[in-house]
Design a protein around this ligand. Sequence first.
Ligand code: 13P
Length: 328
Amino acid sequence: MTHSETIAPATGQYHSDLPAEELIAQINHLRREKNAVILAHNYQIPPIQDLADFTGDSLGLSVEAAKTDAERIVFCGVHFMAESAKILSPGKQVFLPHLGAGCSLADSITPESLDDWKADYPDHTVVTYVNSTAEVKAESDICCTSANAVSVVRSLDSDKILFTPDRNLGRWVAEQVPEKEVVVYDGACPTHDVLRAASVERTRTDYPEAVIIAHPECREDVVEIAHEVCSTTGMLKAVEKYPEAKSFIIATENGMLHQLRQRFPHQEFVAADGCIGCRLHCPYMKITDLQDVYFSLLYERYEITLDDEVIVGARRALERMMAVPRDN
Ligand code: 13P
C-alpha cells in the first residue's frame, strides 16, 4: 500500500496517512521482523495498551524489561521508564516513540538539587521513586515504585530516610512506617496533585456505594477517604477484593480506566474528578500514538543512550529495589 509521510516541523514527529488498522498491521509485521517487544504503561492510550506485549505499572514494566529475550524494546510510557528499561537491559536497543513524553515529577529533582539536599542530611539513606532521571537514580541508595515503597523503606537497616521526589507518596510511606524518620522532598505529579477530596466527594454523590481506589501520588485528603491505596496494577488486584461492588471511583490518571473496564466488564469504573477523567489526564503519557510506535519501529527511533557510569549507579539502585517484594 502506498502512503505519504510528512514531518511536523514543531515536534519532528513523522505523520502517515495510513488508517489505524493498517498501522497496527505494520506494527505487528515490524515487531516480528525486528525482534522487538512493545511495553506499555497502564496510562497509555487504549489502542497502545491493546497492542502491547505487556501492559503494567512501573515495577511490572521494569521486571519485563529485565527479563525479555527481544533484541529491541519499544517503550510506550514516559522517558524515565524507557531509561529504566535501558539500565536493566543495557545490551538491548531501547526506543521511546515520542521525545515529548517527559515527566514533570521526574524533572522536579536534579542530581545537583539531590546533592544539596543530601549534604543537609549526611546520615540518611536516599530512597528515590522511579519517577526520576537515571542520573538521580545513580546518586540514590535504592529506588522504589508505588507498588513496593513501604517494603523498600522497611527493608533498609537505616532508620533515617530521605524520600524523593514525590511528597505525597513520601508522606503516605512515612505514615505506614512510623518507626522511621522519613524526610520528604517537595515534588509532586501535577496530574494527581490537582485532585482534591471535595471533587471525589462530588463524584461520590452519584455513586454513594462506590469503592474509592486512589494512587499514593494523590494528596492526603484524597488518600484519607480511599478504601484502597495502591499502584496502578495494584488497583486490578484491589477490585478483586470487592466482587459484590457495583461501582468504583478511580483516583489516578484516566488511562487506568481502560485496563479496569476490560478486566471487569460487569462493574462500573468512574474517574474521581467526575469529568470523564479530563483533569486526571497526563499530557505526557497521552502524547504517544500508533503512528509514533510505527515510526519508532520503522526508523528505530528515538534510541535511549546513557553513560556507562550512570547505568552502573542507577542499576545498583534499581536492582536493590527489585529484590524487595511487592506491597500491592
Ligand atoms: P505506577 O507505578 O503505579 O503505575 O505509577 C506510575 C506513575 O507514573 C504514576 O504517576
